[in-house]
Write a protein that binds this ligand. Structure first.
Ligand code: MEV
Length: 457
């Protein structure tokens, strides 16, 4: 029976046993395998299990470092969590390239977070506008206990607006703006909004001088908005076009042509949504990896960025490039609602390490670092696309994965890396190459790395 009630009430081993029995062709191997994906320290495992319901093991992704990021004059080694081959290598290579050209520059344009209380009200719209100042005062008054701590840290509620939508009569929203300092602030924002919803209902019930119709209010929902266009950061790099000379020469181009082709590639992503989506995906290869490594919410960050990319009605590139007066400038403007205190940042053991590696950044610093990595990733991708194509870098990493999978020794791997520089990489080709050398570990009776190596020994 594959349906179950009360799954969440089973302990972890019972969950694994039930899964093994009903969904695996080899229950014993299944249970044994999952047992290897538990953290050896029970305390750490308990913390990780506590993040979600029904955790049965840890799903491992590489925790990597992209060093040499010079951002606003400070050098960072940036932690990245990503599974895609070549992303970290590309970020590191772009970091090195720009470190020799003044590094990345970044500035926070704003840090405003938003939330909404959606409600229906059945009186005349003008009347609602008339009484709104009194309502706003009552809302703010009702939330003083919730905002006290945030205000001490320099944040709090920045404003409350009343918005109506002519296409949906009787529907209104309170759009509330917040400053949440170094925290992402989701709990704070949602708590305030739910208090506002209660206050809204009480206001219409007990305010003097309202007609019966004007007392009817129905709160639909209260929730933060992940669209935060004013929680925005700009990162940029710039250099004389002439400093592309070496890079261009390798490609048989001159520096000016390379810079212009780069700018053209970015303009294509400005005007064509098909290209823009892929272009921005490359930016989020970098951004998401830092967001994950620091315990932030990559779904929120991506959702917001894509809406921002379509803010004028067409989905466009988040980055821009100019080539003029002998200078190349490449810039990324992206909303990033990130935090460095609270939430997963304080709970996930490696998120804490990431923040340590980054020098305990403020949320504003982290926005700058993350935007710089997004820009670096975009630079590396476009640079490859307009020169060698990306398959060269991808295939190098792909080859490493195949070699690991086949249990190649370091010597075999080095020889294969050399051999496949001039050959097409394919799984069967690499296997044939290793077999032909007659040097496979198995043949020598040595342990294969792929089957026996486990993340948590
Ligand atoms: C691959 O993950 C990302 C790229 O496709 C981005 C781009 O095309 O700009 C290389």
């Amino acid at each position: 029976m594959r349906l179950i009630s009360g799954f969440s009430k089973l302990d972890k081993q019972e969950k694994i046993n039930w899964l093994a029995e009903h969904f695996s062709t080899d229950p014993q191997a299944f249970s044994a395998d999952l047992a290897t994906w538990q953290h050896p320290d029970d305390g750490v495992q308990r913390v990780v299990d506590g993040f979600t319901e029904n955790a049965i093991a840890n799903y491992v992704l590489p925790y990597s470092i992209a060093p040499n990021f010079l951002i606003n004059g400070k050098v960072y080694a940036v932690p990245m969590v990503i599974e895609e081959s070549s992303v970290v290598a590309a970020a590191s290579s772009a970091a090195k390239f720009w470190q020799e050209r003044g590094g990345f520059h970044a500035e926070v344009i704003g840090t405003v977070k938003l939330g909404q209380v959606h409600f229906q009200w059945f009186g005349e719209p003008e009347r609602l506008r008339e009484i709104f100042p009194a309502l706003r005062a009552r809302l703010l008054d009702s939330s003083t206990d919730l905002v006290a701590n945030m205000e001490k840290r320099g944040g709090g509620i920045l404003g409350v607006e009343l918005i109506d939508f002519p296409e949906e009569p009787n529907y209104y929203q309170l759009r509330v703006s917040f400053e949440t300092c170094d925290s992402m602030g989701a709990n704070f924002v949602n708590s305030v909004l739910e208090r506002f919803a209660e206050t809204l209902e009480a206001f219409f019930t007990d305010t003097q001088g309202l007609s019966d119709t004007e007392r009817d209010v129905e709160v639909v929902m209260s929730i933060l908005s992940n669209y935060t266009p004013d929680c925005l950061v700009r990162a940029w790099v710039e250099c004389p076009i002439s400093s592309f000379a070496d890079l261009a020469r390798i490609q048989g181009m001159d520096a000016e042509s390379l810079a212009r082709r780069f700018a053209m590639a970015v303009r294509i992503a400005q005007i064509d949504p098909y290209r823009a989506t892929t272009h921005n995906k490359g930016i989020y290869n970098g951004i998401d990896a830092v967001v994950l490594a620091t315990g932030n919410d990559f779904r929120a960050i991506e959702a917001c960025g894509h809406t921002y990319a379509a803010r004028d009605g067409q989905y466009r590139s988040l980055s821009r490039c100019t080539v003029q007066d002998g200078m190349f400038r490449f810039e990324l403007e992206v909303p990033l609602a990130m935090g460095t205190v609270g939430g997963l940042t304080a709970l996930h053991p490696l998120a804490k390490r990431s923040l340590e590696i980054l020098g305990q950044p403020s949320a504003r610093d982290l926005m700058c670092i993350t935007a710089a990595v997004g820009l670096a990733q975009n630079f590396a991708a476009v640079r490859s696309l307009i020169t060698t194509g990306i398959q060269q870098g991808h295939m190098k990493m792909h080859l490493t994965n195949i070699l690991n999978h086949l249990g190649a020794t370091p010597e075999e791997a080095a020889a294969a890396q050399h051999y496949f520089q001039a050959q097409t990489v394919s799984f069967s080709g690499v296997r044939a190459y290793l077999e032909a050398r007659g040097e496979r570990r198995e043949a020598r009776g040595e342990r294969r790395l792929d089957a026996s190596l486990r993340f948590f020994p």
